[in-house]
Design a protein around this ligand. Structure first.
Ligand SMILES: Cc1cc2nc3c(=O)[nH]c(=O)nc-3n(C[C@H](O)[C@H](O)[C@H](O)COP(=O)(O)O)c2cc1C
Length: 202
């Protein structure tokens, strides 16, 4: 007999993958923050421009004593560790992942991401919605131990789909966000329930 799914509020961290001047990714990140918040989730945005991490010199997990690492790294790591689910907002640069995203991720141990679902929102100003980078994001997410929902939210010509403040100009944006969030909620809730029952391996 089918069990009733009990939805619960999740801690969701949205990772933005660009620091480019006048970038488009902020639109998608704001949109996803709003969509997730409107469904009752607690959402934090990790913006590499605000974090201002250097190109990787020393990752948190490479400090013998992590309390000696910069406070920013420790605090950000706590945000990641506390997350129940992630959303990676991913541009496509030269058919690859954007360096701001991989640089940010590389500062933290895989254990800070592991055993959580991570949705992919890719975008571009052209017609393909960054889907080649999204495929690479799947590899990255597998490596850091995240479950990647099958629905890829790819946004072609993002400049015509989302305003600067992250408002959608059509219903397709909202219905696609819903598809991704539905999967994130399912995996996120299942994983939180299981974590509460048996803990999370380190
Ligand atoms: C270095 C660079 C490489 C790019 N390569 C691609 C690409 O491979 N495919 C694509 O669809 N768009 C590409 N673009 C265009 C991006 O889709 C577009 O600039 C997008 O707005 C980048 O995201 P951002 O504004 O959030 O940084 C590239 C842009 C830059 C700056």
């Amino acid at each position: 007999m089918a069990q009733q799914t009990v939805k619960r509020a999740l801690n969701v961290v949205v990772l933005l993958g660009t620091v480019r001047e006048n970038n488009m990714g902020s639109r998608a990140a704001k949109f996803m923050v709003n969509q997730l918040s409107s469904k009752g989730h607690q959402v934090k945005l990790l913006d590499p421009e605000v974090l201002d991490l250097p190109l990787l010199k020393k990752a948190l997990h490479h400090y013998q004593d992590r309390t000696q690492a910069p406070q920013l790294l420790q605090d950000t790591n706590q945000i990641l560790a506390d997350a129940d689910a992630f959303v990676f907002v991913c541009a496509e640069y030269n058919h690859c992942l954007p360096p701001a995203l991989t640089n940010m991720v590389a500062h933290f141990p895989a254990t800070s991401f592991k055993y959580r679902p991570a949705g992919i929102v890719s975008y571009s100003m052209g017609p393909f919605g960054g889907q080649r980078a999204a495929m690479q994001a799947r590899c990255l997410l597998g490596e850091i131990g995240c479950v990647s929902p099958s629905f890829l939210f790819a946004i072609p010509t993002i400049q015509t789909q989302l305003s600067e403040t992250g408002e959608a100009v059509n219903d397709r944006m909202t219905s696609n966000a819903d598809k991704l969030i539905t999967e994130l909620e399912w995996y996120g809730t299942a994983i939180v329930n299981h974590k509460e029952a048996v803990g999370r391996p380190s």
